[in-house]
Design a protein around this ligand. Structure first.
Ligand SMILES: [Zn+2]
Length: 372
């Protein structure tokens, strides 16, 4: 018997909550042996999980999502997850292929409030993996693993509004934009890409991507196919550019709080751009990643232009002016040659992105930025 089966065997009989079969044991039962960290203390955590599952069910079973549940009830085991090999909450399937969820019986956080927020986030997160399992079993996940985590994290604060458990992932999102979002480290922070899609389209778009994906497609291929014509190709680049801004059109963007928390997206390199000067450098942009280069225009600069070399196919570039008080984007077109307009401007940002069209990694591209 494996460690998981052995731990499940010690739990009380299931308590049914809608389609969920919740199993746990008490830390200090009135009679009998104490369960220590395997047990649940009081009712608070149970109510929290129950509430999170009910909210998630209500949200994702109705329009615009209309997601299907597994045919059989979903067992939910509350266990001492640190004593299990995986060491984190998880969703998996049993020998018959039925999904089950494992959540922590005890949670260490700074405050009871943080504990309950974390618990609710875990419940919603794993439930979203269950919904994914219905449309795309784990064996076919491969290319979709990052989008699976991104969707699950996005769901956490959608279902439980204001839940900030996901902020732990946004530190890497802020600091490592050059790491591809299909890298495990960045896949959780890609929840912001999922949120971006829902803001630009609608909340149900994410469920459509899951339900309408065709065999052999990658998430971005499905996303592009389902988007309106004028948004398809540049969607990842638009996201990368917009993610630089905490403000747009005088209003906070969906990235504003993350910027405030961690200081915005990390810059690969900064330069002074003197009038009449040209800055040349070479760089790499991995598939599903982006980079930001910052330029401070010198006195008299009214126009800046970026040019990528001929070998840079698959990489998109935008220049944008960033206001001293108010950030605004003045990016233009899809071509790697763009102009940036008038002051007042604090700096100019060059955004380079690769939506996966460029497969080559470790191949440098050359960039020239001139100021006139
Ligand atoms: Zn997950």
């Amino acid at each position: 018997m494996g460690a998981l089966e052995a731990a499940v065997e010690k739990l009380n009989p299931p308590k049914q909550i809608g389609p969920f079969l919740l199993r746990y044991c008490e830390r200090n039962p009135r009679i009998g042996q104490g369960a220590g960290s395997r047990g649940v203390e009081g009712e608070r955590l149970i109510f929290c999980y129950q509430n999170a599952f009910e909210l998630a069910l209500a949200r994702f079973q109705s329009k615009p999502h209309l997601r299907e549940l597994p045919k059989n009830p979903i067992p939910v085991y509350l266990l001492d997850i640190l004593a299990l090999p995986y060491g984190s909450p998880f969703m998996s399937v049993n020998v018959k292929g039925d999904p089950f969820i494992v959540l922590p019986s005890r949670i260490a956080q700074f405050t009871p409030q943080a504990e309950l927020e974390y618990a609710a986030a875990c419940a919603v997160h794993e439930f979203l993996h269950v919904l994914r399992e219905v449309v795309r079993p784990y064996a076919e996940l491969m290319l979709w693993r990052w989008f699976d985590e991104a969707t699950a994290v996005w769901g956490e604060s959608l279902v439980v509004e204001g839940n900030r458990t996901c902020y732990e992932y946004y530190l890497d999102w802020s600091d490592k934009p050059e790491v591809p979002i299909d890298n495990e480290m960045q896949s959780y922070g890609a929840a912001l890409f999922v949120r971006y899609l829902t803001v630009r389209q609608d909340e149900g778009f994410v469920s459509r991507v899951w339900k309408e994906a065709k065999r052999g497609e990658s998430p971005l291929q499905t996303i592009k196919r389902l988007l309106p014509k004028n948004q398809k190709e540049g969607i990842f680049h638009d996201y990368c550019v917009d993610s630089y801004f905490a403000q747009a059109g005088g209003r906070p963007t969906l990235f504003a709080e993350v910027h405030e928390h961690y200081g915005g997206r990390a810059i690969s390199e900064s330069f002074d751009a003197a009038r009449g000067g040209t800055i040349e450098f070479s760089t790499e942009v991995d598939p599903l990643a982006c980079r930001f280069y910052r330029f401070y225009p010198g006195p008299g600069v009214t126009r800046m232009e970026a040019t990528l070399d001929d070998d840079a196919s698959g990489v998109r570039a935008s220049l944008a002016g960033v206001g001293a008080g108010l950030s605004r984007t003045v990016k233009q077109g899809k071509k790697p040659v763009v102009r940036v307009g008038k002051p007042p401007m604090d700096h100019v940002i060059l955004v380079l992105s690769n939506d996966g069209s460029r497969k080559l990694t470790d191949t440098k591209i050359s960039v020239r930025v001139s100021a006139a």
